[in-house]
Every structure is written in structure tokens, then in C-alpha cells.
Design a protein around this ligand. Structure first.
Ligand SMILES: C[C@](O)(CO)[C@H](O)COP(=O)(O)OP(=O)(O)OC[C@H]1O[C@@H](n2ccc(N)nc2=O)[C@H](O)[C@@H]1O
Ligand SMILES: Nc1ncnc2c1ncn2[C@@H]1O[C@H](COP(=O)(O)OP(=O)(O)OP(=O)(O)O)[C@@H](O)[C@H]1O
Length: 335
């Protein structure tokens, strides 16, 4: 038997949205090539990793949630993505995954905001700190990409262009803080099912239109103009998510009717995100959308924010990302 001893290393790690998501055709390995622009938002999970030693409690995962987040579907066994990340790191470092992981979740589960991937990234950074591994950023990024397509971005944070499965990243110049309203559904969508639905829709004669080039999106980000960016938000997975969950059409319309500049399904959905013309506008849109009865929870968030960061304990500094636009508001907080 093992018990958790010693101080934990604690990491905060953000949710992501895709401002642009172009999906290529199905590859022989079951994945799709992507060209995507990620942005990290101020909805943050907290991951703590503590050393477990012989004595009392098994190593493993303990999950809790901030108000309003349903963690009933989050596994506390070896299938948890955070645990898989620690195992991958332990294999790389040739040691045992002798830790207890604590997850405090604020990121919607199965919402297309990469919550599991965020926890995996947080667990990687925390365990690397706890074990004092001499591992550079590139090697940590490699382990991250092994665990899942979105994990590398959760380490990176900020705004980034992703290619390959989404794991090859280049930072994107984004001078401005953008203000978002996030509509969280009362159910999740499975990522592989949504990719499969897109393949099915594309095999029909009336295949959905593909999103345009990414360059104008990068220019809008560099200009910092929310109104320019709003015209360019696009996601190839949106048609598939809406096909599986037609109610999303109502949600998308309700956000724009409430005064958002534009709305888009986040990643594989069903979370919808709405770009607003400033922080005050976001608060107004959120209040109106909350009254429209089209989703379970409405949150206000801003981005970009930094990627996974050690906030407590003896860890290495987080991988360099862009500077925070404002102080980190705390676990699960949004401002
Ligand atoms: C939809 C996005 O969130 C956009 O950022 C990601 O592409 C999904 O990333 P993720 O959840 O980390 O996905 P993974 O755990 O790597 O893959 C889960 C499944 O999603 C599908 N998948 C994922 C990524 C990708 N580029 N092509 C795919 O077809 C595959 O069926 C894969 O088996
Ligand atoms: N740490 C974790 N947090 C949340 N879900 C997890 C975790 N580990 C495993 N899972 C499983 O993964 C499924 C997808 O969860 P997640 O919240 O990562 O979805 P997502 O945000 O749609 O992912 P992505 O945006 O990366 O496609 C959940 O239904 C859950 O069963």
C-alpha cells in the first residue's frame, strides 16, 4: 500500500478554443491533418501531483470540480488522461508512476475545450517538477504529443498555429486580449464520433463547405481587431457537431442575437464560443444568453492566457508562452 506524502506540485492549465479549424481528409492512421489556430482561455483546471510512498493509499487520481462542472464522466482510474500522461513520462524517465494526482476541474467535460488534454499537460509538468527530471521543453512536448493531439497546446498556451494532428505548434502574434462568452451544453460529444460524422457528410454530394485559408485569421489576430477576427472564425467540425446535435444551431443564433460579434462551435463541440466587442459587452451577452435557455451554463472568459504553469511547489518553470495579459485569476476563475 502507498500513501501520499510531501508537498504537492500544483499546476494551472487553461482550456483551449479553435479560432480556425481546417480538417483534411482521413489519414490511413485514423487521424486527420489539421490546420488550426488555438487560443488558450481563462477557464483553468488545477492539477496537483504528490509523491506516493509505501504505507497506506494507492497511487491514482482524485477528481473534484468547481461549481457547475459535471465530473461524473471523468474517470478516476488508469484511463484518466492525466494518469496516462504520468505513465508516459515515467516510461520516458524509466521510473515508476508513484504519484497521487488531484484534479480540480473548471473546464467543461467532453466539451471540445480539451479539458482532459489540459489535465494531461498539467500532470506532465507537475510530475516532471516533482521528480526533478532534467527534461527540456522539446522532450516534454514530445511526450505530450504521444498522449493526445491537444496536449502539446495546453503546455504551450497563448495563441498558436497547429498543424499535423494539431501537435506541431508555432506561436502566433496576438497583441490583444479578446473577450469571449462560452455556452456549455448539458451533455458532451465524443471527439472521434464528430470526426467520423464529418467524413460521412463529406462523402455525400452536398458536402459541407470547407473553411478558408488561415492567413487572414493570423492577420486579424495581429491587428487585434475583434470585429475583423469575428468575420473569420471557422470550424470544419461545426457541420458535423450540428448534424449530431441540431440544437446547437439555436445556441449559435442565440449568442449572436444576444449581441456577440460572432459565434462558433469550439473544436469537436458541443461548447459554443462567442466573440464579443470588449469585456463589458461579454458580460451583457452572457447575461442575455443565460436567460435564453439554450445551454446549461454560460461563462465569460478572455484569451490568450499562458499555458500550463507551476503555481505551487518545487517545479520547473512552465514552458515559455506569451506573457499573461493580466494576473492569473485563480483556479477555475474567469474574469
Ligand atoms: C478537435 C480537436 O480538439 C481540435 O483541436 C482535436 O483535434 C482533438 O484532439 P484530442 O481530443 O487530443 O484527440 P486525440 O485524443 O488525439 O484523438 C481522439 C480521436 O479523434 C480523432 N482525431 C483527433 C485528432 C485529429 N487530428 N484527427 C482525428 O481524426 C481520431 O479519431 C482520434 O482517435
Ligand atoms: N482528466 C480528464 N478530464 C476530463 N475527461 C477525461 C479526463 N480523462 C479522461 N477523460 C475522458 O475523456 C472524455 C473527453 O473529455 P474531454 O473533457 O477531454 O473532452 P474534450 O474537451 O471534448 O476534448 P478535446 O477538445 O481535446 O477533443 C470524457 O468524457 C472522459 O470520459
Amino acid at each position: 500500500m502507498l500513501s501520499a506524502v510531501g508537498p504537492p506540485v500544483t499546476v494551472r492549465v487553461p482550456a483551449k478554443i479553435n479560432l480556425h479549424l481546417a480538417v483534411g481528409d482521413l489519414r490511413p492512421d485514423g487521424y486527420h491533418d489539421l490546420v488550426t489556430v488555438f487560443q488558450a482561455l481563462s477557464i483553468v483546471d488545477e492539477v496537483s501531483v504528490t509523491r506516493a510512498v509505501a504505507g497506506a493509499i494507492e497511487p491514482g487520481v482524485v477528481v473534484s470540480a468547481v461549481d457547475g462542472v459535471d465530473v461524473s464522466e471523468v474517470p478516476d482510474d488508469a484511463s484518466n488522461l492525466a494518469w496516462r500522461a504520468v505513465e508516459a513520462l515515467a516510461r520516458r524517465a524509466d521510473r515508476k508512476p508513484d504519484v497521487r494526482i488531484g484534479l480540480r476541474k473548471a473546464i467543461p467535460v467532453a466539451g471540445g475545450m480539451a479539458g482532459g488534454s489540459a489535465d494531461a499537460a498539467g500532470a506532465l509538468l507537475a510530475a516532471a517538477g516533482l521528480w526533478r527530471l532534467e527534461m527540456g521543453r522539446d522532450e516534454l512536448m514530445e511526450v505530450a504529443a504521444e498522449v493526445g493531439s491537444d496536449v502539446a497546446f495546453a503546455l504551450h498556451g497563448g495563441t498558436a498555429l497547429g498543424t499535423g494532428r494539431g501537435e506541431r505548434l508555432v506561436s502566433v502574434l496576438s497583441r490583444h486580449t479578446f473577450h469571449w462568452v462560452v455556452a456549455v451544453a448539458d451533455h458532451g460529444l465524443s471527439t472521434p464520433t464528430v470526426f467520423g460524422e464529418l467524413d460521412r457528410l463529406r462523402a455525400r454530394p452536398e458536402a459541407p463547405r470547407r473553411v478558408g485559408d488561415v492567413e487572414p485569421v493570423l492577420e486579424a489576430l495581429a491587428s487585434g481587431e475583434a470585429r475583423s477576427l469575428a468575420l473569420l472564425l471557422g470550424n470544419d467540425l461545426q457541420a458535423a457537431a450540428v448534424s449530431l446535435d441540431p440544437g446547437l444551431r439555436r445556441t449559435l443564433r442565440a449568442g449572436v442575437d444576444a449581441g456577440a460579434l460572432a459565434g462558433v462551435v469550439s473544436g469537436s463541440g458541443p461548447t459554443c464560443v462567442f466573440l464579443c466587442d470588449g469585456a463589458d459587452a461579454a458580460v451583457r451577452v452572457a447575461a442575455e444568453l443565460a436567460g435564453a435557455g439554450v445551454c446549461r451554463t454560460v461563462r465569460v472568459a478572455h484569451g490568450p492566457v499562458p499555458g500550463a504553469r507551476v503555481v505551487d511547489g518545487d517545479g520547473p518553470p512552465g514552458p515559455p508562452g506569451p506573457p499573461p495579459p493580466r494576473p492569473d485569476p485563480g483556479p477555475g476563475a474567469y474574469a
